[in-house]
Design a protein around this ligand. Structure first.
Ligand code: SAM
Length: 277
């Protein structure tokens, strides 16, 4: 396939640097017969190596020209299945359960224009994966690994910290791709971990964190006081926002970006049990 086929609108920056490809494959560490899901195989830089490893590979690709290429290139590989479609519309549970009773590994050099949408989907469906090796635009990797009280810390940082062991592996220069993107990239390993407690309500936690970050310059109290829906009912059941700050020993004038994960969990605890009465 020639370079001119790369489609900007689909975030196509194909990996061409053998050294980076080797490092990524070593991070993915495909094992004979294990199930690997690849998002956006493109021209097959990772795909071909994973197929060679004899892992079972399911790749999801949306774009017609590369689909055509992949079908020709890997038509004889028994351990390769191509799903043609939009990864955001795929139910990972279905494709994994069809093939395997154990969890899958996920590998992707993500299309950057939808990388945070894909990450949110992966957070919601993390239970089907043993680990994820993901390449992001470096700024996104900075955001998801940002420490408390830094400007990069946000809603996604807290969710990623809450649900994964996160390890930043290495940065990748723009010259490792064709066409050459404007930005650096970073590879991150995410390993799903146990929820903070057994009766953890993911939806309420997600709402709490996103509402608290709604207007970054506002305090926690100001962001959380005028809300509606399930989170508001849960806050009401727990005695109201002032009472929650009291019980959990929080200064209401804190800003969302200053909280550590432990503090988020402490703040969320009174909201975790639904009052059935
Ligand atoms: N894995 C290849 C590599 O490393 O060279 C290609 C990576 S390229 C950054 C991203 C790939 O994702 C492209 O092949 C693109 O067509 C594909 N893609 C973009 N949007 C997609 C979507 N919504 N669903 C599935 N694949 C998508």
């Amino acid at each position: 396939m020639k370079k001119r086929f790369a489609k900007k609108s689909f975030g196509q920056n194909f990996l061409t640097d053998e050294n980076v490809i080797r490092k990524l494959i070593s991070a993915i560490d495909p094992q004979n017969d294990e199930l690997i899901i690849e998002i956006g195989p493109g021209r097959g830089a990772l795909t071909s190596r994973i197929i060679e490893s004899e892992a079972k590979l399911i790749a999801i690709e949306i774009e017609r020209d590369v689909i055509h290429f992949l079908k020709e290139e890997f038509s004889t590989a028994q351990n390769f299945t191509l799903i043609e479609g939009d990864v955001l519309k795929i139910e990972f549970e279905k494709i994994i359960n069809n093939i395997s009773t154990s969890k899958a590994k996920l590998a992707a050099n993500l299309p950057y224009y939808i990388s945070t949408a894909i990450l949110q989907k992966l957070i919601a469906e993390r239970h089907f994966f043993s680990e994820m090796i993901l390449m992001f635009q470096r700024e996104v990797a900075d955001r998801i690994t940002a420490q408390p009280s830094t400007k990069d810390r946000g809603f996604l940082t807290v969710l990623v910290e809450a649900y994964f062991e996160c390890e930043r592996l290495f940065d990748v220069s723009p010259t490792s791709f064709q066409p050459v993107p404007k930005v650096w990239s970073s590879v991150v390993r995410l390993k799903p971990k146990l929820n903070p407690r057994k009766d953890w309500d993911e939806e309420i936690f997600r709402n709490l964190v996103s509402t608290a970050f709604m207007q970054r310059r506002k305090t926690l109290h100001n962001n959380l006081k005028n809300i509606e829906g399930d989170l508001e009912s849960r806050i009401g059941e727990a005695g109201g926002i002032e009472s929650i700050f009291n019980i959990t020993n929080f200064q209401p004038d804190r800003r969302a970006e200053s909280l550590s994960l432990d503090e988020w969990i402490r703040l969320a605890e009174p909201l975790m049990t639904k009052n059935s009465g």
